[in-house]
Ligand binder design. Structure first.
Ligand SMILES: [Zn+2]
Ligand SMILES: [Zn+2]
Length: 387
């Protein structure tokens, strides 16, 4: 990568890092994206799903597929604790997942594809998406038609789970679905010394928490992966009062589309059964946030081949060990069109880039960014039949 191009890449990322914007508020970011895409020759649509931007460009080498490339733009409500001179200038907002890097990488790839448009046929649709971190930005953009005519999709995440510059990809399930539930248990409150006159919601809910542990251990094949976590338990007000209600909050993760539907049903059934048996009632609410991110095997192979050309086969991890139970709404594109999502490692211990995604000390090794640009460009050219 030419020095000037790398400098622009880093400068763009740092500028976005200084000015983080939360879900559906990415106005400044979207403005920068739209300007750069227009200048590169893209036909640009803005304001899709509020702040989303789509740049469309036809190749100069005739017919070919329509390839969707996607970068996400949103930051998180976190108070930054890094010592950078390019740290967030907005208290309580931070690019702590790397979406600043994704937007900068996306612009660099978009510009490269435009500069080399005579080499490829078909159409590139570059999607810059709002609200990946909750808010269902991908789904909102799909509802507004961004997938119309699209044949294939590619995207990437800079990833702390891999050393800087290592590429991770796998066919099939890659990242998990995410859903959240809220369970309210209603008993009958009363005096702690007269439990026979009450239905102790705290005790009932405790049995529910324990029983929920059997869903993954006994309801899911040991060859599959799933998570049912109760992350919050609220009940009771005083040592001498029996709680009338208890509220549980939890998350459900799975790699399998059928499991996404089955797991919440099992939670509800267990909760309702235990509550009924113990004289309480329950109210269950479930929201499916994202589907699993499942890679098309041929597109995963294509990414592996492209990455091997750029970083060497020994720096590509290909297989189920690169999967994660973290969720990502790129899966919404991949349940509708074949494509591939992959990781570019961003962890570097000597540089202090070791803190996990969503940490107030999160930072990436920026040397992974030119690698990400080259791998994504090469994969895009291959998908367009020009690689
Ligand atoms: Zn994130
Ligand atoms: Zn992310």
């Amino acid at each position: 990568m030419a020095t000037a191009e790398t400098e622009l890449l880093i400068r763009t990322r740092r500028d976005l890092h200084r000015h983080p914007e939360l879900a559906f508020q990415e106005h400044r970011t979207a403005g920068i994206v739209a300007d750069r895409l227009r200048a590169a020759g893209y036909e640009v649509r803005t304001g899709i799903a509020e702040t989303g931007v789509v740049g469309t460009l036809r190749g100069g080498a005739g017919e070919g597929p329509t390839l969707l490339l996607r970068a996400d733009m949103d930051a998180l409500p976190i108070l930054e604790e890094t010592q950078h001179d390019f740290g967030s200038t907005v208290a309580g907002k931070m690019h702590a997942c790397g979406h600043d890097a994704h937007t900068a990488i996306g612009l660099a790839v978009a510009e490269r594809l435009a500069a080399g448009r005579d080499r490829w046929g078909g159409t590139v649709k570059y999607v810059f998406q709002p609200a990946e971190e909750g808010g269902q930005g991908a789904l909102r953009m799909i509802e507004q038609g961004v997938l119309e005519g699209v044949d294939l999709a590619l995207g990437l995440h800079v990833w702390m789970g891999l050393p800087s510059g290592i590429v991770g990809v796998t066919p099939g399930p890659f990242m998990a679905s995410a859903g959240e539930f809220e369970l309210t248990v209603r008993g009958k409150g009363g005096h702690a010394a007269m439990p026979e006159q009450t239905v102790d919601a705290l005790l009932v809910a405790s049995h529910v928490v324990v029983a929920l542990q059997s869903i993954v251990s006994r309801g899911v094949s040991p060859l599959e992966s799933a998570v049912v976590t109760v992350g919050a338990f609220h009940a009771g007000t005083a040592q001498n009062v029996i709680a009338e209600t208890a509220r549980l909050l939890g998350t459900v993760r799975a790699f399998d589309v059928a499991a996404c539907e089955d797991l919440p049903r099992r939670i509800q059934r267990i909760a309702a059964g235990i509550c009924e048996a113990m004289g309480a009632t329950s109210e269950f609410r479930y929201t499916q946030d994202t589907v699993p991110t499942i890679n098309d095997p041929r597109m995963a192979d294509l990414v592996r081949a492209a990455a091997s050309e750029i970083v060497g086969a020994e720096r590509v991890r290909f297989g189920p060990e690169v999967r994660t139970m973290a969720a990502e709404d790129f899966g919404e594109f991949l349940v509708r069109v074949p494509g591939c999502y992959f990781f570019v490692g961003a962890m570097d211990e000597p540089k202090g880039a070791v803190h996990p995604h969503h940490s107030p000390r999160f930072d990436i090794c920026e040397e992974c960014m030119p690698v990400a640009v080259e791998v994504l460009e090469r994969a895009a050219l291959r998908a367009l039949g020009a690689g």
